[in-house]
Design a protein around this ligand. Structure first.
Ligand code: 13P
Length: 250
C-alpha cells in the first residue's frame, strides 16, 4: 500500500513571520488530528532552516524548490544538494514547469539534479507536465513520458528508490483549472506503466502526486483515484487551514 503524501510548494512567497507562524499552526493542527498522510512543505531557500528546525520533532518533511546540478564551486546563486542535506532537507522539487519554462531547465539539467540529490540521499520530487497546446495537439502522454524517461533511463532502481513523481499539467497551474479526476488518473496510470518498464515492483510502490489548482474542494476526489498518491499544492498551501483540510482529504 502506498502512503499518501501532501506537499505544499510555497513558490516565491512568505517571509520569516509567515513561515514561523505557519509551521507552528500546521504542527499543532496535525498533532491534534488523525491525519494519516505524509506532509511536506517546500519554502523558498531562505526559510529552509527555519522550517527544518520548527519541524525537527515532527514527521513533517521539508523540501527545497530547486537544487544545483553541480556539487560545488563557482556557481553564484546556486544551492547544492549537500547544503540541503546540511539543513536537514529531506527532499527537493526538480523540473517544476516554472523552472523549465522561465529558467530554461532541460531534461539534462533535471537528470544532473537527480544525480546530486541521490548522492546526498535526498528525495527528488520530479515534476512533469504538458502545456495546453501539447494536450490539444494530442501529445500530452508522450511529453510527460519523455520527461519521466529522461530520468528513468539514466539511473538504476536502487538509485531511484526514493523518487516521487508529480504530474502537474501546466495549464492547471495557478489557473483554477484543475484536471478532472479522470484526466489526472489516466495520466498517472500512464506514468506508472512507463515506470513498470524499469521495474514492476518499484513502479507499484512509486508515489505519483497530482498538482495544479488542488484545493480543499477538489482534493478528495482526486486523491481517491487509484494511481493518485496525493498532491503537490501551490496557492492553497499558503493558507494553513486550507492546506490542513487538503491533508485531511488524503
Ligand atoms: P497551484 O496549486 O497554485 O496551481 O500550483 C501548483 C504547483 O505548481 C505546485 O507545484
Amino acid at each position: 500500500m502506498r502512503r499518501k503524501l501532501v506537499a505544499g510548494n510555497w513558490k516565491m512567497n512568505g517571509n520569516t513571520e509567515f513561515a514561523a507562524e505557519f509551521a507552528q499552526d500546521l504542527k499543532a493542527k496535525l498533532d491534534a488530528a488523525e491525519v494519516t498522510c505524509d506532509v511536506m512543505i517546500a519554502p523558498s531557500a531562505p526559510y529552509l532552516a527555519l522550517l527544518a528546525n520548527a519541524f525537527s520533532e515532527s514527521n513533517i518533511q521539508v523540501a527545497a524548490q530547486n537544487v544545483a546540478q553541480f556539487d560545488k564551486g563557482a556557481y553564484t546563486g546556486e544551492v547544492s544538494a549537500s547544503m540541503l542535506s546540511d539543513l536537514s532537507c529531506q527532499a527537493s522539487l526538480i523540473g517544476h514547469s516554472e523552472r523549465r519554462t522561465l529558467f530554461g531547465e532541460t531534461d539534462e539539467v533535471v537528470a544532473a539534479q537527480v544525480s546530486q540529490l541521490v548522492e546526498q540521499g535526498i528525495t527528488p520530487v520530479l515534476c512533469v507536465g504538458e502545456t495546453l497546446e501539447e494536450r490539444e495537439a494530442g501529445n500530452a502522454e508522450q511529453i510527460v513520458e519523455n520527461q519521466l524517461k529522461a530520468v528513468l533511463e539514466r539511473f538504476s532502481v536502487d538509485q531511484l528508490k526514493n523518487l516521487v513523481v508529480a504530474y502537474e499539467p501546466v495549464w492547471a497551474i495557478g489557473t483554477g483549472l484543475t484536471a478532472t479526476p479522470d484526466q489526472a488518473q489516466e495520466m498517472h496510470a500512464h506514468l506508472r506503466s512507463v515506470a513498470r518498464e524499469l521495474d514492476e515492483q518499484w513502479a507499484d510502490s512509486l508515489t505519483i502526486l497530482y498538482g495544479g489548482s488542488v484545493n480543499s474542494k477538489t482534493a478528495k476526489e482526486l486523491f481517491a483515484q487509484p494511481d493518485i498518491d496525493g498532491g503537490l499544492v501551490g496557492g492553497a498551501s499558503l493558507k494553513v487551514d486550507e492546506f490542513f483540510e487538503i491533508c485531511q482529504s488524503a
